[in-house]
Design a binder for this molecule. Sequence first.
Ligand code: ATP
Ligand code: MG
Length: 234
Amino acid sequence: MGKSLLSIENLSKTFTLHHMDQRITALHDVNLHVKEGEFVGITGKSGSGKSTILKCVYRTYLPHDGDIWYNSEQLGMINLAYAPERIITHLRRYEIGYVSQFLSVMPRTTARELVRQAVLEMGHDLEFAEDETVRMLTHFELERGLWDSYPATFSGGEKLRLNIARAMVKRPRLLLLDEPTASLDQASKEKVKILIEQLMREGTTMLGIFHDLEFMESLCSREYRINKGEFQVV
Ligand SMILES: Nc1ncnc2c1ncn2[C@@H]1O[C@H](COP(=O)(O)OP(=O)(O)OP(=O)(O)O)[C@@H](O)[C@H]1O
Ligand SMILES: [Mg+2]
């Protein structure tokens, strides 16, 4: 196993609910380490803080304490907890992918455009982007009739498959997966699994949350269990 890719150290995150004058400690002193090439799983009850960890890594949330060291291929060691926006934008474009638990889609962008855009922004040409888009949408068995439609009206499973396709088509160096199989049937789960395995062979490192423990344990090399915002290593 390779060197350290991601090191979360003493991470804490508190939310203040102003209207209720209340504070919620979502994460307390969390430590987590991922080496290059690993697939690390996070498990725990609903509300225990799993998504908050991934969102801090992707910087959807700003942590309030702690460090998130990411060893970037292009930029060297970066503390994601403090890095400026332009660094985060760069890493999201070229190195770190994220499949969110709930898909928010951009209005007036078709399924095909969403996936193609993800490839284009990495600097590839249009022909390559188009080929990769077709390959991905075909792999996830998104109905051809939907390719040029707007995802706003897609079913939950269709949105999710599109979301995964969009993240995976970039072959990111680090892929964050927040319950990517939650509303999928068995056949679609298999499709996700095949792609995860393919990406792992190509060197993608993954940090993922799955409610389907059997699915997760068939893939992951290590697991962290979180309980009310704190970790117990399994
Ligand atoms: N933006 C936010 N504002 C206020 N509280 C939040 C916010 N995001 C998360 N929380 C709170 O932080 C805690 C952890 O939430 P989180 O989404 O990380 O849980 P989870 O483990 O992913 O749960 P689930 O399995 O249901 O997805 C919860 O109590 C949640 O209500
Ligand atoms: Mg969650």
